[in-house]
Design a protein around this ligand. Structure first.
Ligand code: ADP
Length: 261
């Protein structure tokens, strides 16, 4: 081989090496930006409730403590703020586990009908505050077996139903249904007739921290992590999640599950 061929081979090798390194740097930059954005979002989400709690404590120390009624009211509000912080931290903990360590699934056979009933029971009080009816299209007895991680799927159901109540209208309805779609798959739907989601927001609601109402004064607490947790869990099961929604009319979230045997 001539010197020119050697040089050409060498040049190509160097070029290849440079492009691999460029790609590595790009990936690192993307990760670094992602990390920065994540950290920024976390501190933003934590700041609001922390400042609220601090505000009530300072007012109490400033003299409000003397009045028994005011004292109770402010302590209750401070406690609500702390409660919100705990929720956010729990969600963060979950999302970090899902994103960093991957999710180890403990699959087992269980009756999805009983699960829906249990989640309804847990959320009954929350729904009652807005006079929202929780409706299930199947009889509560009987059995439809599912093969999946029971605890995680309960969280998926719970997050979706909590949302349907939070963004549902006064006197509205949340309906859950379980449907056979193929020999091995079921589709679970959570439908509400609440505020609905516009087209442009619909594309983004599964992103971490994404919330349609970004104002600090929004009435519904939450971390903006609920749906990204839902999506992670469903996809870890190799299943699919769908959403359909119309502003002012309502939303339907649905996901597939493997049938149990
Ligand atoms: P969070 O409820 O804590 O804000 P989520 O990730 O659960 O976070 O939801 C993201 C956003 O999607 C919500 O802030 C809300 O704007 C919108 N959303 C979710 N579920 C519904 C629903 N059933 N109806 C209307 N909007 C919804």
């Amino acid at each position: 081989p001539s010197i020119t061929t050697d040089m050409e081979v060498l040049t190509r090798e160097v070029e290849r090496y440079v492009s691999v390194k460029k790609l590595e740097i790009e990936t690192l930059n993307i990760r670094e930006n992602y990390r920065k954005e994540f950290m920024g979002n976390i501190s933003h989400e934590l700041k609001t409730p922390l400042f609220t709690v601090q505000g009530y404590i300072l007012t109490l120390l400033d003299g409000a403590m003397k009045d028994k009624k005011v004292r109770k009211k402010y302590l209750q509000r401070a406690s609500k703020g702390v409660e919100r912080l705990i929720y956010i931290i729990k969600d963060l903990d979950m999302i970090t586990k899902l994103e960093v360590g991957g999710l180890i699934l403990n699959k087992e056979n269980f009756n999805i009908l009983t699960m829906v009933q249990n989640v309804f029971d847990l959320l009954e009080m929350k729904a009652a505050k807005k006079n929202i009816s929780l409706v299930f299209d199947k009889e509560y007895f009987g059995e439809i077996l599912v093969n999946s991680d029971k605890e995680r799927i309960e969280q998926v159901l719970s997050n979706l139903i909590v949302n349907s109540i939070k963004y549902g209208k006064q006197d509205g309805t949340t309906e859950v249904s379980v449907e056979n779609i193929t020999k091995n798959k079921l589709l679970v739907r959570v439908t509400d007739n609440g505020e609905g989601i516009s087209k442009e927001n619909l594309q983004r609601i599964f992103e971490r921290f994404y919330r349609v109402d970004k104002s600090g004064s929004r009435k519904e607490g939450g971390s903006g992590l609920g749906l990204s947790i839902v999506k992670h869990i469903v996809e870890a099961h190799n299943e699919k999640i769908y959403v359909e929604s119309q502003l002012g009319i309502g939303s339907e979230f649905s996901f597939t599950l493997e049938k149990g045997k």
